[in-house]
Design a protein around this ligand. Structure first.
Ligand SMILES: [Zn+2]
Length: 99
């Protein structure tokens, strides 16, 4: 087996010019397609990994304080001093929405 492997190898070296050029042309095509695939794969991995985890850590969910309320019209959290009253359903409404 080892002898058979060496024999064709030496034969190729003698006429290496033509075969190498053919291989280069084929390799260039394969290399181009391979680079595109790798770039897409890397971008796909980075987006869900680093960015989302960073935002989750940065953006804190602050619970509503006892002196605050959520206006059911604009859905914004206001201080009680901005509470204008309640609507027909008993939902708090801020001064901006009541006026
Ligand atoms: Zn409001």
């Amino acid at each position: 087996m080892a002898t058979d492997y060496d024999a064709p190898r030496n034969t190729n070296d003698e006429s290496s010019d033509d075969s190498i050029e053919e291989l280069k042309g084929r390799r260039d095509d394969k290399a181009g397609s391979t680079i595109d695939v790798d770039t897409e794969a890397v971008e796909g991995i980075e987006l869900p990994g680093a960015d989302l985890s960073g935002e989750e850590l940065t953006v804190r969910v602050v619970p509503i304080q006892q002196d605050e309320f959520t206006c059911m019209t604009c859905f914004l959290v206001h201080h009680r001093t901005q509470l204008a009253g309640e609507d027909k359903n008993g939902q708090p409404i801020c001064v901006d929405c009541a006026s």
